[in-house]
Design a protein around this ligand. Structure first.
Ligand code: AMP
Length: 443
């Protein structure tokens, strides 16, 4: 079924068209009619399934025109990056309407957010902490609220926002529509859902236990002291065009980034100790191709939408199996293909088993051909020189986001790499950062 038959108004269909979408994804097909009909909804969907549009489009349709009497929609997000990304989606879809959206999150000054709220906005996309500040100082009132959207609820609760989230739900008018999205719905999340929703329809798409089929993933066992050398060797053998590397700790992320820079990689770092402007710069630079590598903690794993991440490397195996799925979901998004490598050390057999149990499949354990696993680590030694062709970076910025035809994990087993698998080029998709904001207002 095309978008045009989902009951969305022409202005939004034009917004969808401008985004380059042709057909709705399964969650959009199932959720949009429910939301348009005014019903409550629990959606469990993997990130990368198109869930933002599944709620943003029908919600904008229900709003119709701008009204100055205070926000009618509140979207709660666990992280600043997600809040900013969802605000961009609202602006992109609503570019042919006069509706207004405002993002509210910590790490930046209050002034601009306060004046946008005071000027009258239709949609507020917020992280819980800063939202509570505005509610307490009564800059923001929720009297006119019609629709509450709780996104990435499992993450929000993991991050310790449960009290704030419940308080905010309690401050919303009882007569409202509530949409609830969570990758997984364990019992404690069911409790919050029972508290917040009335007779919700349930839409479950691609349970988060599965690794996106378009991602080829593998473990690379290595001793702790050779980990960084293996990382460098993997990057050298891989024809990646953008690689997201996960570290378990912020300190570890900084250390990896420092060493990668010394090895001539262009590197961005994203973690909670960085200032908001550093975080924005890192993400924007990674999206635009200025940085070929981004080193991040799990803060970046959830929902962050960077079109065309060709490779994910878990420098540290994630602390819980669910994060494995989310980290790996950063590549192979929306029909793209990607590769994901996880470096594992001998003492991590337990973690490996729990990931395999969680996703219900065995992950191949591979050795990188030609890598000397037994020599002394070269850390501190002169970094290998890596030629970075500036034209290549420019081409990547212009080229459609796609699989680089680079090495497939299995190729590392072979002495002479096989040619890149055919037919894996993925359809061109617009970069989320480069879209015009049209008439959607920002004051
Ligand atoms: P989300 O799960 O909302 O983070 O979306 C993941 C990615 O899929 C984003 O880059 C969206 O722009 C893209 N996307 C969402 N819906 C569609 C669609 N119907 N067709 C093509 N791409 C889409």
């Amino acid at each position: 079924m095309p978008f045009s038959q989902l009951g969305l108004p022409p202005a939004l269909l034009n917004g969808v068209k401008a985004m380059g979408y042709t057909d709705p994804t399964p969650i959009q097909l199932r959720a949009i009619p429910v939301v348009l009909g005014g019903g409550d909804l629990i959606g469990s969907a993997q990130t990368g399934t198109g869930k933002t549009a599944a709620f943003a489009l029908p919600v904008l349709a229900r709003l119709g025109k701008h009204e100055a009497r205070g926000p009618r929609v509140l979207v709660l997000e666990p992280t600043r990056e997600l809040a900013a990304q969802v605000e961009t989606a609202f602006r992109d879809f609503g570019r042919f309407t006069d509706l207004r959206a405002t993002v509210v999150h910590g790490g930046v000054g209050y002034g601009r957010q306060r004046s946008e709220i005071q000027a009258g906005t239709d949609v507020v996309i917020a992280t819980p902490g800063r939202l509570m500040d505005f509610l307490q100082e009564r800059t923001l009132r929720l009297d006119a609220l019609k629709i509450l959207i709780l996104d990435e609820v499992d993450r929000m609760l993991d991050m310790g926002f449960v009290k704030d989230v419940k308080k905010i739900i309690g401050m919303c008018p009882r007569e409202r529509q509530t949409l609830f999205f969570s990758a997984t719905i364990p019992p404690e999340i069911e409790d919050v859902a029972r508290f917040a929703l009335r007779n919700p329809a349930r839409v479950e798409i691609g349970v988060a236990r599965t690794v996106t089929q378009s991602v080829s993933h593998a473990f690379y066992p290595v001793s702790q002291i050779k980990k960084f050398d293996l990382l460098i060797a993997l990057l050298e053998k891989t024809d990646f065009h953008s690689c997201l590397i996960f570290s378990r700790t912020k300190h570890g992320a900084d250390k990896i980034a420092r060493k990668l820079k010394a090895a001539n990689h262009s590197v961005a770092v994203l973690h909670a100790n960085r200032s908001q402007s550093q975080r924005v710069e890192a993400l924007e630079g990674f999206k635009s191709g200025k940085y070929e590598v981004m080193v991040a903690t799990d803060i970046a794993a959830r929902g962050i939408d960077v079109a065309g991440v060709s490779h994910v490397i878990n420098y540290d195996i994630p602390a819980n199996p669910e994060d494995y799925v989310h980290r790996i979901g950063r590549t192979g998004r929306a029909q793209a293909v990607g590769d994901a490598f996880t470096l594992t050390t001998p003492e991590q057999a337990g973690e490996i088993r729990s990931i395999e149990r969680f996703i219900g499949q065995k992950v191949p354990q591979l050795k990188l051909e030609g890598f000397n696993y037994h020599s002394a680590p070269s850390i501190g030694a002169a970094a290998p020189q890596r030629y970075v062709d500036p034209r290549r970076a420019q081409q990547q910025q212009r080229a459609p986001q796609g699989h680089s035809g680079g090495a497939h994990p299995r190729q590392f087993q072979a002495q002479a790499p096989h040619p890149a698998p055919q037919g894996q080029g993925h359809p061109a998709r617009p970069r989320s950062g480069g879209l015009s904001r049209g008439t959607w207002h920002r004051r």
